[in-house]
Design a protein around this ligand. Structure first.
Ligand code: ANZ
Ligand code: ZN
Length: 831
């Protein structure tokens, strides 16, 4: 009987004892680095979604090993983070304790799935051995001018007296107490990811990632090309620069709008007649979050700076200047030229404040088909405003000497023209902002900086790392970083002058920890470097990276940024960390909804493993459907997979070890075809069809009186990445000694696991034998070729031939006079 409980535990122990999955640093074999996104060890334990990706990488890892690769397949823990701290606030359990309990549970759960990780490389981002190097990365960026401090707003809950992460702010209110969240300015640390904007875009072209993820990254970086144009202020020495992507519309710019925080507002104080009103507006907009300010549906508000005017450099007209919160301080120059006829936001604003609307771009119907189509889409988008606002490109009107040019040419010409007068320059802007890494939190890696009364900001020297996270900290919210109150932590002297100093009390965003963990796996025990150059050179870049598509834009971007920074400084010889990326789809509950505790529809992986076995669980998750698709759990499907494995177990009793020569021809061909198919499917992440092929094969074998052992062995080998425990068990039962799991401690001489076997080769002849190209002729002329079974009958061949669209066309409704059939080769239709 197939007793999964006994088999699975037994082999898991044995594999661990034999260190079967240990990766060798350096080897003659080609290397393959196969990585999972490491989990956050949450209190809820493993979710059935985790094993989906983990099984996929496990299959690939086992397959690659059997194909002669030296595989690095590690696992670890993204252990710092807010949930553990919140849990601590609620229950008073120290985050270190709860986190490590969770890690132990996760590890056990993962191990129960028989995943082939090299556990000797396990990393835990909350351990000092690890975060020492997270701090090292901070210093590395700092020394190169890529880490700096500036004031920035944080979400602040006045009732909880604490800083909130963005995800803790729900509809502008504190997630916990529902108090309205305000913005508070704090001095915080940033990483200068913006220095790498261009490289981060360019690099995407050379990596094999899902197109949708690349698009999200490009979008996030948000490159836009345009010009900075100077508008002088009437009767005043200052001018205002605007950033625009549409210099072609400048003759239609009928007013300027500044962000409320724009510096010039203060400079113009004496000139502005309604300064009190302006100040009030500025104050009010400071209270809004950026998201609120940008909300499309919100009515636009603003105030005119009375008493001053700007001059449109294209037509020298005097135009009014407003401040309005729909213009953001942090983007472009924080000022825009408003073109109400051709920009919807400007249009709505102009309507409200009665400002002139001038048309300068017209759709040219005859000249340009493409524009017509674009315009059609726009109408669809804007519906009501469609006649009034034209946001697309076209031909210039009301634009002096530029009339008649198309937008693209006009952008160039107008920018050039203004540039000769020193009023414009080409400019590229990025939406990407520098990465704010300060967290006013306890459970994270301390930022290795001192503040000295005399010397100011002083970096901790590398020899003094790690800056240990003090253990006895009151992490209850008191309105400041919890580390501020640790006396122990601040008992320090300035390393430069020996004077009075204190440590930075913010910790780092946990995304910093996860931006470099894949380097650490290459050399996890190294105490001198985050990883040795040699090992990085050997193992990196990651050949295959698998994880969910949600929440990964930032992680993937930050990891690429770290890689590019190291590369720029010559510390590594590659500049993209993840060559190939794949995302698994989401596993939904049986009812088709998202699994959630409150809906009570969560499937517990432990129960599935307990009841049906890890091999069933693994194979079922691979069989559910295409790997990237979101699919609902189905217990009937689980049972089906279990039955399949039981069949495999039963078939084994029909194995005959026969002399060669007595080949089972039919089965031979099928086995070879499926060896090929499973290999190709694994390479292409088509695990579901690989499992389906294995099932077809087993159904055939079931019908055979006996099965030659060599064929069954091949079958076991291709089954083994999917159902490793069962395959190993049957492999030994066939007489391959793998040693006794409870045995003497050392692996026996000659004990050979199925996983050190070679992936079976297929016989090209046998693969092809089963299918042939059937040539279809009409009146002796070749009109089509189709793939058919080798042994196709005449009547089947006729049917297939007549079904082909091409053939139907050639026959054209005429009567068929006769068929000439050459078995396995050709059919000729005579009309
Ligand atoms: C004039 C104009 C005419 C514009 C027109 C658009 C259409 P992207 O593509 O996102 O870079 N803009 C510039 N800085 C801004 C800021 N700080 N806050 C809000 N809006 C800002 O968009 C660039 C366009 O967004 C710029 O081009 C500017 O409006 C606006 F028919 O200038 B445009
Ligand atoms: Zn000092």
């Amino acid at each position: 009987m197939y007793n999964h409980k006994e088999i699975e535990k037994k082999w898991q122990k044995k594999w661990e004892k034999d260190r079967l999955y240990k990766s060798q640093d350096f080897s003659d074999k080609p290397k393959f680095y196969c990585l999972d996104m490491f989990p956050y060890p949450s209190g809820a334990g493993l979710h059935v979604g985790h094993p989906e990706g983990y099984t996929a990488t496990d299959i690939v890892s086992r397959y690659k090993r059997m194909n002669g690769y030296n595989v690095l397949h590690p696992m670890g823990w993204d252990a710092f983070g807010l949930p553990a701290e919140n849990y601590a606030i609620k229950t008073k359990v120290h985050p270190d304790k709860s986190t490590h309990e969770n890690i132990n549970r996760f590890r056990e759960q993962i191990q129960s799935l028989g995943l082939s990780y090299d556990w000797e490389r396990e990393v835990d981002t909350s351990s000092p051995e690890y975060y020492k190097w997270t701090q090292w990365f901070f210093l590395f960026l700092y020394k190169n001018g890529w880490a700096y401090r500036k004031k920035a707003p944080v979400n602040w809950c006045p009732s909880c007296q604490t800083v909130l992460a963005n995800e803790q702010v729900i509809d502008g209110a504190c997630d916990r107490c529902k108090t309205k969240v305000i913005q508070k300015e704090l001095k915080q640390w940033f990483f200068k990811i913006t220095d790498f904007a261009e490289e981060l875009i360019a690099g995407l072209d050379k990596i094999d990632w899902p197109e949708s993820t690349k698009i999200m990254q490009r979008h996030w970086i948000g490159k836009s090309e345009g010009a900075e144009i100077k508008f002088s202020i009437f009767n005043f020495q200052f001018s205002i620069s605007v950033f625009t992507t549409r210099p072609d519309t400048i003759f239609g710019a009928t007013y300027l709008v500044l962000a409320p925080e724009h510096k010039i507002v203060e400079k113009l104080k004496d000139k502005i007649e309604n300064y009190a009103e302006i100040e009030k507006y500025v104050l009010a907009s400071k209270k809004k979050t950026e998201r609120e300010r940008l909300a499309q549906e919100k009515e636009k508000t603003g105030v005119e700076l009375k008493g001053i005017k700007a001059i449109n450099p294209a037509n020298n007209q005097e135009i009014p200047i407003f401040i309005a919160d729909y213009v953001l301080k942090g983007y472009g120059t924080g000022a825009i030229m408003a073109v109400p006829k051709h920009d919807l936001r400007d249009y709505l604003f102009a309507q409200k404040y009665n400002l002139p609307i001038v048309e300068v771009i017209k759709l040219c119907e005859i000249k340009n088909e493409k524009l017509k189509i674009k315009n059609h889409n726009l109408k669809f988008k804007n519906n009501r405003e469609e006649e009034l606002v034209y946001e697309d490109e076209g031909v210039l009107v009301n634009s002096g000497e530029f009339n008649g040019l198309d937008s693209e040419a006009a952008r160039e010409k107008i920018t050039e023209w203004l540039a000769t007068k020193g009023l414009a320059k080409k400019k590229i802007n990025y939406k990407l902002r520098d990465w704010l890494i300060s967290r006013q939190r306890y459970w994270g890696a301390p930022i290795p900086i001192f503040y000295c009364e005399k010397c100011g900001e002083v970096p901790v020297s590398e020899e003094d790392l790690p800056v240990l996270l003090p253990r006895d900290v009151d992490f209850m919210p008191h309105g400041e970083s919890p580390l501020t109150r640790s006396k122990e932590f601040h008992k320090v002297k300035c390393p430069k002058c020996g004077g009075k100093a204190r440590r930075e009390s913010d910790t780092m965003d946990t995304f910093v920890c996860s931006s470099w963990y894949f380097f650490r796996y290459c050399d996890p025990k190294n105490a001198e470097e985050f990883a040795s150059k040699k090992l990085l050179k050997y193992w990196m870049p990651v050949d295959l990276y698998v994880g969910g598509a949600e929440h990964t834009v930032l992680h993937l971007l930050y990891s690429r940024f770290f890689t590019k920074a190291l590369h720029k400084k010559g510390l590594i010889n590659f500049d993209e960390p993840f060559l190939k990326l794949r995302h698994q789809g989401m596993i939904l509950a049986e009812d088709g909804r998202k699994m959630s505790k409150s809906l009570g529809n969560v499937i517990n992986p432990d129960e599935v493993v307990e009841k049906y076995g890890a091999d069933t669980m693994r194979m079922y998750e691979m069989f559910m459907g295409p790997f990237e698709d979101s699919i609902a759990w189905n217990t009937k499907g689980v049972i089906g997979v279990r039955r399949f494995l039981e069949k495999v177990w039963k078939i084994k009793s029909g194995i005959r070890n026969q002399e060669s020569g007595t080949r089972n021809n039919k089965l031979d061909g099928l086995v070879h075809r499926i060896i090929k198919k499973v290999g190709v499917d694994i390479e292409n992440f088509k695990f579901n069809t690989a499992v389906a092929s294995l099932m077809i094969l087993v159904n055939h074998m079931e019908r055979e009186e006996f099965i030659p052992q060599h064929l069954f062995e091949s079958f076991l080998k291709i089954l083994s990445p999917f159902a490793p425990h069962l395959a190993e068990e049957l492999w030994t039962q066939l007489g391959y000694k793998v040693g006794d799991a409870e045995g003497s401690g050392t692996a026996d001489e000659g004990s050979k696991s199925i996983f050190v076997e070679k992936w079976p080769e297929y016989d090209l002849r046998l693969v092809q034998e089963d299918e042939v190209d059937l040539v279809i002729q009409v009146n002796g002329k070749v009109r089509a070729v189709v793939q058919v079974k080798t042994d196709i009958s005449e009547s089947e061949a006729k049917k297939i031939a007549l079904k082909q669209e091409k053939i139907k066309k050639w026959i054209g409704g005429k009567k068929v006079r006769k068929f000439i059939f050459v078995p396995g080769r050709l059919i000729n239709i005579v009309i």
